[in-house]
Write a protein of this length. Sequence first.
Length: 235
Amino acid sequence: MIETLQLGGLVFEVRRSDRRKSLGLTVDRGGELVVHVPTLTAADDMAGWVNKKLLWVHRKLALKAEAAPKLRAPEYISGEGFCYLGKRFQLKLVEKQPQPLKFDGTRFLLRRGTRATEQYFSDWYMAEGTTWLRQRVEQLSQKTGRKPDKIEVRDLGFRWGSCGRNGVIFFNWKVLQLPVRLVDYVIMHELVHLREGHHGPAFWKALGLAMPDWKRRKSDLAEKAKDYLVFGLTV
Ligand SMILES: [Zn+2]
């Protein structure tokens, strides 16, 4: 189980080690925030120290966001494509429709003049995707031998998924735009975290046993995900 620290709207993974003499903070490639502390550091001391570094962390994250490939904002015009599990579906604007957004199995139908459209899309992805994710997690957990107690789908900012305390796994609703093999990587990664909190050798070994081609999927997630995203990750 991962120890986390929540501060300033951010979630930090806490890694305690006997070898550490002082506190340290890293922002890794995926934007994951890690606080490294000596084993017996008190929670208050750690929070106080991290608090002083928040400005630096936000600056780092902003730089990462700038370096990330820019996604064009959705225009919500007829013919625009939106992906669900890697399949692209066209949007059609309609004049009259009881609900603002609807999916008819082949197209998204959006009532013309709808405002706050992203909210309707995220509601749709969450409603459609939560059931799917639950079943997929159930299947894939047979490979890791451990099921989460609960899964939750919400906006996780710049992360695809995260494994919280008490056996809860969180998924970003935006992951549902990606092809199944990339969603599976995110799921498997979080399932392995139920056993191995940190990204140490034991973590990657367990991931390799559960998903032998994880490296390929991980690099595809970093490089190809943007081809499927209309709704990107945000810092
Ligand atoms: Zn991880």
